[in-house]
Design a protein around this ligand. Sequence first.
Ligand code: GDP
Ligand code: MG
Length: 297
Amino acid sequence: MTGRCGFVAIVGAPNAGKSTLMNRMTGAKLSIVSPKAQTTRFRVLGILMRGESQVLLVDTPGIFQPKRRLDRAMVAAAWTGAADADLVLLLVDARSGATDKVREIAARLGESGRRCWLALNKVDLVAPPSLLPLTETLSKLAAFERTFMVSATTGDGVEALIDALAAAMPEGPHLYPDDDLTDLPDRLLAAEIVREQIFLQTHEEVPYAATAETESFKERKDGSVRIDVTIYVSRPGHKAILIGDKGARIKSIGARSRHELSGLLDRPVHLFLNVKQRAGWDEERARLRAIGLDDPG
Ligand code: GDP
Ligand code: MG
């Protein structure tokens, strides 16, 4: 059988909906989503099967102006994702439109000469007449082969995008087992789910100053799994916020994460969270490697 297989990097500004689209396309929750920018910190691979095609979707962290070492590593991961791909899909929040950030990314894609497509997302939030001018503006910056209008939330237009991507993949053998959904290891997935709850349940700078690492992941004889996750925060005040009054916040983060993980891993989960303060973790190489980012130097 002659198959098709290729990598598609989904790039764009923070909050464009890249992770939501990735999850919608694969029908699984692979990448964590929150209303806050910069939730995704490293590349996540989603394996999408359509007919004889295997489409390897790469969700990338948003591209933004990096300050901390963590931020530099995230942006580097995004551009690496784009450089390794057969096709780059620029996802744009149609409501925010052609912001400076979006123009900059489009221009850089244009200069790279890479094969790129444009997808305007969140069409459920905008009036259709605004889409054409937005497409025209962005098309001046890069030679998009094709343009799609989608809503990652409602699923509008997503099937058409999947079909087009599947047909556009180069011929070749499938690189992953067809029934796999991701190459994300369970340990990393566990830490990501905890981090997602931190993003959903805490505010302001707290989620950005926190990271989660799986310390141990042990299968038990009864079919359940015990997972120990350490949450690192950079300031004592953040630790207090994460723990909450009488431990209420951390209990709630643990309870939601455990529920999510039991579903994703399809078995009972015993989750133990431990909050540690560690000033400057976001500048530490070991911490960055532990969450799957290459050190940008
Ligand atoms: P990312 O930073 O590009 O990965 O963006 P996320 O996938 O984390 O989404 C950012 C926010 O936009 C979340 O609150 C999503 O629920 C929301 N969002 C994503 N796609 C859509 C869409 O098509 N319509 C609407 N209304 N909201 C969306
Ligand atoms: Mg994301």
